[in-house]
Design a protein around this ligand. Structure first.
Ligand code: NAP
Length: 218
């Protein structure tokens, strides 16, 4: 069984993903944090919901070192510093970047960061030793954490390595969603930008879980 670690998994997006991956029985799941006690506390609360000790908590670096696949769920202003803090542990692995380069307070406007996208910045920072893909930017934490409901969203996956994209698509499927190969890493700018659009739609339509579904596929 592969191990997936969620760096910054103590916030909004990480716990819902952890719950769904742990419940699937397909992955060993680790919550990473800058504080060990916080990681343990979140893991314990998820295990209480799951009714079994399926999720572990660790410091980010230990979590990244232990994992086969590393998922990053931190705010954009913590993106590069967090990657720097685990870059040694990431060597040879797949990094699934969930980060959206939002620019508060105008979080419903698309913001394109200097490196083209958060995902492209991660790949540039980490170099060829790490295969970076983007995924899960368009899925709301509210849906993910409500384990009783299916998540009616597709997960667009972009990256330059086919096998790494397949890992992210498998993670999407384990979490109960359809993962779609959305092309090269260059396309991540659109996937990340869609999140700002969905946040705006949530605000205008008084919702908290707008998502996307691709139609017309067999
Ligand atoms: N929430 C959503 O519905 C949603 C949906 C799609 C995409 N996203 C994207 O996913 C990412 C995570 O979202 P989120 O809502 O889970 O974020 P969050 O709750 O604000 O933060 C997640 C975790 O990041 C760590 N963190 C926060 N500030 C940090 C800093 N300055 N330096 C280092 N680590 C820091 C914290 O972990 P520790 O304190 O434990 O280290 C925190 O629990 C974001 O880029 C967001 O845009 C979110």
């Amino acid at each position: 069984m592969k191990t997936v670690a969620i760096i910054g998994g103590t916030g909004h997006q990480g716990p819902g993903l952890a719950l769904r991956w742990a419940k699937s029985g397909r992955y060993r799941v680790i919550i990473g944090s800058r504080e060990a006690a916080k990681a343990h506390a979140v893991a314990e609360s998820l295990n209480a919901r799951l009714g079994a000790p399926l999720v572990e908590g660790m410091l980010n670096a230990e979590a990244a070192a232990t994992a086969d696949i590393v998922v990053l769920t931190v705010p954009y202003n913590a993106h590069s510093a967090t990657l720097e803090s685990i870059r040694t542990q990431l060597a040879g692995k797949v990094l699934v970047d969930v980060t959206v380069p939002l620019q508060p307070p105008k979080v419903s406007r698309v913001h394109i960061p200097p490196g083209g996208s958060a995902t492209a910045e991660a790949q540039a920072l980490l170099g060829d030793a790490v295969r970076v893909v983007c995924a899960f930017q368009n899925v709301s934490a509210t849906h993910l954490s409500n384990l009783d409901d299916p998540v009616e969203c597709d997960v667009l996956v972009c990256g330059d390595d086919k096998d790494a994209k397949a890992e992210a698509i498998a993670l999407a499927e384990a979490a109960g969603m359809r993962g779609l190969d959305a092309g090269p890493l260059q396309n991540a700018v659109v996937v990340e930008g869609l999140t700002a659009i969905l946040i705006g739609i949530n605000k205008r339509y008084n919702a908290d879980g707008a998502g996307i579904k691709v139609t017309g596929l067999p």
